[in-house]
Design a protein around this ligand. Structure first.
Ligand code: NAD
Length: 365
């Protein structure tokens, strides 16, 4: 590539970084281990940027960059709206987790995290295992979400599921006039760590639960344990249901799926559910479907790992804090109604207002 071509790449790179308002993006490369990672630090006004590390075989480096930028921005809003003194960050490792991960590889990544001096704190995300976190912890103290045997808070998924359940109940209160989920038809898409705990809570409350997943054995197990009805993955969007709970991957709310939905509420744990935050937030609104913002109602896990990092970890306290998602969610839904804006925009507005106000406080002597 000629010099001009190189400048073009740099230009588009900074354009993408500045578009979402990132403070810093760190490209990490290590020849010896083959490590290629990007750490995205979106905003540290409220505190150090916390967010997990994901390893994925991205189709391109551009795709990895876009992913880390979107995810780290989401973490900023999640922390801000949950009242946490944390900023937003995330890391992605480019590659095949099944083939490339080993002790040296993960410890080298830990060294890169350490080099940021605590500005970025890492944790588990897609394709990261407890063992990987242990290797990272050998090189840096800026890691959280560690297992209980290492003095950590353990798996955050039950707290995430509880917060999601609280957000769902608040949305039911707004839409149906009661927060009882008894006899409500609720479809849970993805019965992984979070989805499974959510199904448990919903069935306990007497909801009629439908489940889908791409793994048959997981589905059968959940169906046997909780009496949930199994539906095929694609069929979930056409189901006659009251509440759709996305708990698998992002972007499940898009041009194709939204027109098919027959529910009145969308409330689930998956990150980045709206394919296009603006367009699809309003598409749902036009269809009279109330959307509980994902970064608000799935914040239980962040609440859990954040408390662990700040050193005052107590599981009961984490649940108490996650319970507050109910009130925050109701106030966001009311604000959206009053200002005639999408619930996603209302939630971002509140998060940004907190960052701005606290930023000013920090500047004062
Ligand atoms: P997980 O990987 O344990 O579970 C995801 C499940 O979704 C898996 O069982 C998978 O087979 C299934 N799935 C994948 N594609 C699907 C499809 N097309 N249709 C149906 N099912 C499909 O992940 P998790 O930890 O349960 O997290 C679920 C979601 O919640 C993710 O988007 C994650 O980013 C988000 N989240 C998780 C936490 C947490 O504490 N674990 C916190 C915040 C947000």
């Amino acid at each position: 590539m000629d010099v001009q071509g190189k400048e073009k790449v740099a230009d588009s790179l900074f354009a993408e970084v500045s578009e979402l308002g990132h403070e810093q993006v760190v490209f990490c490369h290590d020849e010896a281990t083959g490590l290629k990672a990007i750490i995205g630090i979106h905003n540290t006004v409220l505190g150090p940027a916390l967010g997990g590390t994901r390893m994925w075989s991205y189709a391109s480096e551009k795709e990895a960059l876009t992913d880390v930028l979107r995810l780290s921005r989401g973490m900023t809003y999640k922390a801000a709206i949950s009242g946490l003194n944390l900023g937003g960050g995330k890391a992605v490792i480019i590659g095949d987790a099944g083939k490339q991960k080993n002790e040296a590889f993960m410890r080298r990544f830990g060294k890169f995290v350490d080099s940021l001096g605590g500005k970025y704190i890492t944790a588990e995300d897609v394709n990261m295992k407890t063992r990987d976190m242990e290797y990272i912890a050998m090189e840096t103290k800026h890691v959280t979400g560690l297992p209980e045997v290492m003095g950590g808070g353990g798996d955050p998924s039950p707290v995430t599921a509880f917060g999601t359940y609280m957000g769902m109940k608040a949305t039911a209160k707004k839409v149906f006039g009661s927060d009882s989920l008894e006899n409500k038809k609720i479809a849970v898409q993805g019965v992984g760590q979070v989805g499974m705990y959510l199904v448990e809570r919903l069935t306990k409350e007497g909801a009629k639960v439908y489940v889908t997943d791409i793994f048959e054995d997981k589905l059968k197990d959940i169906s046997n344990r909780y009496g949930a009805e199994i539906v095929r993955p694609e069929a979930i969007y056409d189901l006659d249901m009251d509440i759709y709970a996305p708990c698998a991957l992002g972007a499940s709310l898009n041009d194709d799926t939204i027109p098919r939905l027959k529910c009145q509420i969308v409330a689930g744990a998956a990150n980045n559910q709206l394919k296009d935050e603006h367009k699809h937030g309003y598409m749902l609104m036009d269809r009279n479907i109330v959307y509980a913002p994902d970064f608000l109602i799935n914040a239980g896990g962040l609440i859990n790992v954040g408390a662990e990092y700040l050193g005052d970890y107590n599981r009961d306290k984490a649940y108490q804090q996650a319970e507050k998602i109910y009130d925050t969610c109701l106030s966001i839904l009311n604000l959206a109604e009053q200002d005639k804006i999408s619930t996603q925009e209302a939630a971002i507005k509140i998060a940004e207002e907190r960052i701005e106000a606290i930023g000013k406080v920090k500047l004062r002597r």
